[in-house]
Design a protein around this ligand. Structure first.
Ligand code: ADP
Ligand code: ASP
Ligand code: MG
Length: 420
């Protein structure tokens, strides 16, 4: 007997037929004697539809009411799956975030899970053979109001539930059959990985691979949850049920580095289009200037990522280029305008036609030369680098978004990741 948390994303529960297919995956596990909790997303497109409603209702709206609206999609799918499971003779009960409760902080729209008491869920699994069908993405804030966990947050709900019920595994069912060396929808030659380390997966998620929400990987790493990314499109009876010691699985296992035998220098390439570039032109080149720019942005909760300082064309002052999340560009420009007197710059420019392309691999810790080969390959394709940032296991470059595919495909081939 294994305890398994199964999470199904939007496409996997896209309509009643897909929900019936999900129920067959659950039935396979139940028939094998496994104890299951199932976490579901809203039907695909539904959360976007709800977000649009809140924007149309009023451009500036109360974040608590945003959460009341956008959390609704998951309520529908959790109830529907429970109904379908019950109709198949499987004991099932739906749970909303507030009923468990999944306790979060008060950051409405991108709340963090603080605590889940899994005792009652686990008791029902063990004593009543009941399958818990849990609405993903939602929690309960300190003011007793519904919160949501940020886009893609059902992955994090699933990992948190897995930790709370001490699951042997957390299976993330999606519309691709695992984690690939890059987005398989952009690069058909992308290869599925058998295993990936938490650390690399964390970098890939935070640098644009949306297959897992970044926080879900963070949480899995901290809590030691074994994560398996797999497809809900595999025929439910064609795959083996989860078992405690199984080293056989279909999909990609996210696990500790020492469980990975074959280590690559570069294991994956990502791209993130939701970046914006800001350039402050002709800033006084004197001590304290960086603090006067980035202090106010930090106070406004705007995350600055890549930073480049270069000499202005007058040779006297400096140009400061940096990136912020695309959704924060307008706020960042407004903030810089407010501070113009203190910072002393001539002009400010913002653009969103940029993309951050990154190469990721734990092998880079002990291998020099990855950056050099990356820059050379991009230069040979005539791609200009507008900013660069590095860490121990990744190198990111900011380029014109028109070159996204070319850059990703070039680097994918360069590091030998193309499928034969
Ligand atoms: P779900 O609705 O199941 O949560 P998502 O759309 O959030 O699914 O995530 C799955 C998608 O992630 C895939 O359809 C794929 O296009 C995209 N993706 C991006 N990078 C990768 C990658 N490296 N490996 C697998 N999928 C990726
Ligand atoms: N439905 C939410 C979203 O679309 C959460 C999720 O699917 O993970 O962002
Ligand atoms: Mg997702």
């Amino acid at each position: 007997m294994a305890v398994v948390v199964m999470k199904f994303g939007g496409t996997s529960v896209g309509d009643l037929e897909r929900i019936r297919n999900v129920a067959q995956h659950v039935r396979r596990e139940v028939d094998a004697g496994n104890k299951c909790a199932v976490v579901v997303s809203a039907m695909s497109g539904e959360t976007n539809r709800l977000v649009d409603f809140t924007r149309d209702a009023s451009a500036l709206h109360d974040a608590r009411e945003y959460d009341a609206v956008v959390s609704a999609g998951e309520q529908v799918t959790s109830g529907l799956l429970a109904i379908v499971l019950q109709s198949m003779g499987i004991a099932a009960r739906s749970w909303q975030g507030w009923q468990i409760p999944i306790v979060t902080n008060d950051a409405h729209g991108s709340a963090r899970i603080e605590d889940i008491d899994g005792t009652e869920l686990r008791r029902r699994m063990d004593e009543d053979d009941q399958v818990a069908v849990i609405a993903g993405f939602q929690g309960l804030g300190p003011d007793n109001r519904i919160t949501t966990l940020g886009r893609g947050g059902s992955d994090t709900s699933a990992v948190a539930i897995a930790a709370a019920v001490k699951a042997d595994r957390c299976d993330i069912y999606t519309d691709v059959d695992g984690v690939y060396t890059t987005d398989p929808r952009m690069v058909p030659k992308a290869k599925r990985m058998e295993r990936i380390s938490y650390e690399e997966m964390l970098e890939m998620a935070s640098l644009g691979a949306k297959v897992l929400q970044t926080r879900s990987v963070e949480l899995a790493m901290v809590k030691g949850v074994r994560l398996l990314v797999r497809s809900s499109f595999d025929a439910p009876d064609s795959v083996p049920p989860a078992s405690v010691n199984a080293n056989e699985f279909t999909g990609t296992l996210v696990c500790d580095e020492d469980e990975i035998v074959e280590k690559q220098i570069v294991s994956g390439i990502t791209y993130a289009k939701d970046e914006a570039k800001v350039t402050l032109v002709k800033v006084a080149d004197s001590p304290g200037v960086a603090a006067s720019i980035f202090g106010p942005l930090a106070d406004a909760n705007i995350n600055v990522d890549m930073i480049v300082q270069s000499v202005s064309d007058d040779g006297q002052s400096t140009d400061m280029t940096f990136t912020v999340p695309g959704t924060d560009l307008e706020r960042a420009l407004a903030k810089l305008d407010d501070c113009k007197g203190d910072i002393d710059y001539q002009d400010v420019r913002g653009s969103t036609d940029v993309v951050k392309v990154s190469v990721i691999g734990i092998g880079m810790r002990s291998h020099a030369g990855v950056a050099a080969s990356m820059f050379k390959a991009l230069a040979e394709k005539g791609i200009n680098l507008q900013a660069i940032s590095t860490s121990e296991i990744k190198i990111s470059v900011l380029i014109d978004s028109a070159y996204t595919e070319l850059a990703v495909r070039t680097l994918h081939s360069l590091y030998g990741l193309d499928a034969a």
